[in-house]
Design a protein around this ligand. Structure first.
Ligand code: BG6
Length: 526
């Protein structure tokens, strides 16, 4: 008889056959032919994210046949110059693993450009002429239009007004109407509850909700979508997914980069508008929401909105104890940043979801720039065993069970638990020695390098007319309602000295006290 070797500390699930992915790919619905009109086509977003995503869709044969791209920006340029500029951007993109000349050539042939000022009515007439010209060549004739607003928020209102008034994007009655006209609006959607409401009012006067796609690119990440699958395709987690078993939840979005050349935007935004109002609250709602009635866009979004509405209001009197802000040292030396800036680049906030499932369970959210590591994750920490029976004398010696959903990098899921430590220390009189281990699932190991970029997924969803991964008007307002009190309180109570943290650290020590007050401590993402 052979004795089996000790199990490794980390076990991986068996890799799923690549045929499964192939089959999934083959089953994807085909999107309708359309023209993707990029307003702000020479900007950073278009070059770094949109064009690489469109190219990758073409490469993966997911771009519908008969799909054209029409760029619009202020500077005059002909189609060829636009193609060259975008070709350079796609070649330089980190999101493109391998550049394929043939794919690019056939995509470039369908790329066009028109110059125009977004405030000038004549520019939209020229845009209409180009669009009709492109659409008239499409066979069969399907003049669907996707307008992507890759522009600063200050120009959203004049653009949406012009798209409507010029007849370029008529209002639809419902999502089934053909041809379709869809408008994609980048974040930030407003800068406060009031401005978001004003913008919502404007866009809903001009278009139906089914035409509006408010982007939060976090929702396009595979691992973020997988939170729903993890929760609702596995029955074993549901009974422990509540206040009965969960001690607290930590949601982290840490970046190693600073604000770089985005100082002007960031000075106005700060970390709460930039990361909490959207990405972090999205992660919280997906973690805390009830099972939706179906996976339809509205059913999912209804449940998410319910979570946002259940979040305990942050009263002025509670904020000092519930939230921490800080700025990385050297932030004030960044371009376009004020020398006396008090814009936070880090925040940690304790939230409570006051509903039957979660009441009393703290949800700690934190995000910062220039942190020790790039890591976004959701860590669900479970309660301690009610009675300790093993050798450990204090609770601290037993590591709590933690289920970690790693959003990025090292995308995957891990569950930590205690086992008996093997070996000699076993003494009945003194008890058994226990040791923490983890079961770990890595997307890369199971599926290979298949993760499409968030923008690839989201663009395809817009073409398919699937709004599940986009934020509905009530959702975006509910999220502003959550963060507005915090932003207003901090604006009204500037610190006498802005708390700072060292670049490359895990943030200020005050953030440690925030979690310690609830008997917890921050995890260090791996
Ligand atoms: C953006 C923020 O929405 O998200 C940036 O404006 C941030 O400040 C970025 O760096 C993080 O996204 P990702 O996908 O790089 O984690």
């Amino acid at each position: 008889m052979t004795t089996s070797a000790p199990q490794p500390r980390t076990r991986h699930v068996a890799a799923r056959p690549s045929q499964i992915l192939q089959a999934l790919g083959d089953n994807r619905r085909q999107a309708d032919p359309c023209t993707i009109v990029i307003l702000g086509a020479k900007g950073d977003l278009a070059k770094r994210k949109l064009l690489p995503a469109i190219y990758q869709l073409a490469k993966d044969k997911l771009l519908p046949a008969g799909c054209d791209v029409l760029g619009m920006a202020r500077d005059p340029m002909d189609d060829d110059a636009f193609r060259r500029m975008m070709g350079d951007a796609v070649r330089a993109s980190e999101e493109i693993p391998e550049f394929d000349e043939a794919v690019w050539r056939s995509l470039a042939a369908r790329m066009h450009y028109t110059a125009g000022d977004f405030g000038d009515a004549a520019a939209y007439q020229r845009l209409a002429v180009r669009l009709e010209e492109i659409e008239s060549r499409r066979n069969p004739f399907e003049p669907n239009r996707l307008f992507y607003l890759a522009v600063p928020p200050s120009v959203f209102p004049p653009i949406v007004r012009s798209l409507s008034e010029s007849g370029l994007a008529p209002r639809l009655i419902d999502a089934t109407q053909r041809p379709w006209y869809r408008i994609v609006i980048e974040k930030p959607f407003g800068t406060s509850l009031e401005t978001a409401r004003t913008l919502n009012r404007l866009v809903l006067e001009l278009f139906s909700e089914c035409q509006l796609y408010r982007i939060d690119h976090y929702l396009g990440k595979e691992t973020v979508q997988s939170i729903l699958v993890f929760r609702f395709a596995n029955a074993i987690f549901e009974p422990i997914w509540s206040r009965q078993s969960v001690q607290h939840v930590q949601i982290t979005a840490a970046e190693t980069v600073g604000v770089g050349n985005r100082g002007r935007y960031y000075e106005e935004a700060g970390v709460v508008r930039d990361m909490f109002q959207n990405h972090l609250l999205q992660l919280l709602t997906l973690t805390a929401m009830e099972p939706p009635a179906s996976m339809s866009a509205d059913a999912v979004r209804d449940e998410k909105v319910k979570v946002l509405r259940s979040l305990r209001w942050l009263h002025d009197a509670d904020i000092d104890a519930a939230a921490v802000r800080a700025q990385y040292k050297s932030y004030r030396d960044e371009p376009d940043v004020a020398k006396d800036s008090i814009t936070p680049t880090y925040a940690a906030v304790r939230f409570y979801v006051d509903n039957w499932r979660w009441t009393g369970v703290p949800f700690f959210l934190r995000s910062g720039k220039k942190m020790a590591r790039r890591a976004s994750e959701i860590a669900v920490q479970f309660r301690d065993p009610p009675v300790l029976m093993f050798r450990q004398e204090t609770r601290e010696q037993i590591a709590p069970n933690v289920l970690t959903l790693r959003i990025q990098p090292n995308e995957g899921v891990s569950l930590s638990f205690e086992v008996k430590a093997p070996g000699a220390v076993y003494q009945l009189s003194r008890g058994i020695e226990v040791a923490p281990v983890a079961m770990d699932f890595m997307y890369k190991e199971a599926f290979g390098e298949t993760n499409p970029s968030a923008y690839e997924t989201l663009l395809l969803d817009v073409m398919l007319g699937d709004a599940t991964l986009f934020t509905r008007s009530d959702e975006v307002e509910a999220a502003w309602k959550v963060v507005d009190p915090l932003i207003n309180y901090w604006d009204k109570h500037p610190p006498s000295r802005m708390p700072s943290y060292a670049p490359g650290s895990w943030g200020p020590t005050d953030a440690d006290h925030l979690v310690q007050a609830q008997g917890a401590r921050w995890r260090e993402p791996e």
